[in-house]
Write a protein that binds this ligand. Sequence first.
Ligand SMILES: *Cc1c(COP(=O)(O)O)cnc(C)c1O
Length: 445
Amino acid sequence: MINYNELKLLRAALGKLEEGFADLPDFTPAFDEIALATVLDEVATRMRDNFPYYHPQYAGQMLKPPHPIARIAYALSLWINPNNHALDGGRASSAMEKECIAQIGAMFGWQAPLGHLTGGGTMANLEALWVAGRLHPGKRIIASSQAHYTHHRISDVLGLRFSAVDVDSNGRMRLTDIERELAKGDVGTVVVTMGNTGLGAVDPLADILKLKERFDFRVHADAAYGGYFTLSDDLDTHARQAFDSLMHVDSIVIDPHKHGLQPYGCGCILYKDPSVGTLYRHDSPYTYFSSAELHLGEISLECSRPGASAVALWATQKLMPLVKDGDFAASLGCSLRAARELHHRLENSPPFVPLMPPELDIVVYAVNAEDTTTSSTAARRLFARAAENGLHLAMIELPTELVGRYLGNIEINSKTLTCLRSALMKPEHEDWCERIVGLLEKSLA
Ligand SMILES: *Cc1c(COP(=O)(O)O)cnc(C)c1O
């Protein structure tokens, strides 16, 4: 679980950091080692009450361990504890954040986007919809019925009207339904999900953008989970086409804490048109004295933010640049292949009925049974039994009308079906598929 060489690297880096402050009179805060050790012992014991997220046999929710470089850089920066609200609180880490944003923008083909890191995808989407609402006041937001639930709730918070658009049997927004909504004339923004959280399905962005020839609306891409897959040359044709269109949207959300190997607390919002920055304008009487340069708090709704997140992300992107032929892109390819392999193996395993072929790295599958009610009960039981066998899954409740075409002989006698869901976000999952299916079959027996 733990490679203690990480601590050696952290210690060396801390020495280097400390040298930078050697001119000051010594000031080293002391602490009661015995008291801390006692509490930490209890903390470590309590932390055992977790699923083993770092392990390939955790094949459930979207949980990917941070890269060691992110963990070390994050910890290192805590001896400074920078605040990226204003340059007064985090000079180096603000510069690193701006470089990270430029690199993420470049990954999407944007030259000079406006953007910053956020606490996560929810805050990033909130800012995107806030800007959308300011630019199209009184107009509606529409998103997929499989979009993250946060869009509906954020729209509520912002006082914006929201409607959901149906998805097809691939889990993608239905174009005809989008068109019908746009024709009503009151839609300001279409939220396009680049890999939805439940199914990993990618909305048909290229076709949605074509509708701009006939209707005036803004496009916000929620790529919180799927955004980094734009780097992979292993996507299917539909996903590739959608990702190739990303540069034409107005705003993009991506979560470095989902697929970007970061500790939690790292989302990101990008706007193609930097002039939306003026919407954020405010006059703070407390901050922004140390420099005329941009303080990130001038373009962010959150005020204090962890500089540590920027430091960790910068280090990760330095080690593994966001380029198509790099190690990071290759590791995403492993996840794509893992999902295809798991899907394939489940197709050949009689007790299971996989749903749509995975577009990214999420596989959703039902348990074979007489009818959907029995199948749902079996899925819930399997979820618990698999955990007892050390295999950790997730579940998803789907409308039977969405999944009907995959169910073969399973009679539909309920409105929804409980399915199992595995996000194969660790590149190592590629080598663990056989074992995962073995454990699934064992847990069902
Ligand atoms: C995870 C996710 C979100 C929410 O992001 P948080 O980082 O959990 O706040 C929004 N949209 C999509 C598509 C997601 O996968």
